[in-house]
Design a protein around this ligand. Structure first.
Ligand SMILES: [Zn+2]
Ligand SMILES: [Zn+2]
Length: 140
């Protein structure tokens, strides 16, 4: 296997191992190095662009401007944790038929969507629960 193909194969293997849900280029670089396949950013970037073009993986651009990559499996949306920067999968809440209704209403054609909620992941929410718990927190 050529070096380029090894980088691509290792990226897919890392994602399939599932130790994190979505990967930044930095996380992929660390993961590749940990698997004995160190690669520079441009090699990793080219591999992810190719895998995304082939629709093996999905590229997501977040408001922080950093791309996240994940396997292009079944549709789901995400929560971006404002504390730890994790990207957590969440089930899609767009009702069946909502896209068709929008298309009819505003005259567009919708192929797909990616919703990104921002807030706290379960772990960070647990850490901060005392501050956020309750609808009307007592203020002193
Ligand atoms: Zn995802
Ligand atoms: Zn969705």
């Amino acid at each position: 296997m050529g070096r380029k193909a090894r980088v691509s194969t290792t990226i897919v293997a890392l994602m399939q191992a599932g130790e994190r849900h979505a990967w930044t280029l930095e996380a992929l670089q660390a993961g590749l190095a940990a698997r004995g396949e160190p690669a520079d950013f441009s090699s990793i970037f080219r591999a992810t662009e190719k895998l995304a073009a082939e629709r093996t993986i999905r590229k997501m651009l977040l408001e922080d401007g950093r791309a996240r990559y994940e396997l292009a499996d079944s549709h789901h949306d995400h929560l971006h944790c404002t504390t730890c920067d994790a990207l957590i999968p969440v089930p899609c809440v767009i009702r069946a038929g909502a896209s068709a209704a929008l298309e009819a209403e505003i005259g567009v054609a919708i192929d797909e969507h990616q919703l990104v909620f921002s807030g706290l992941c379960p772990k960070c929410r647990g850490d901060e629960a005392p501050r956020r718990r309750g609808r009307s927190p007592a203020r002193k």
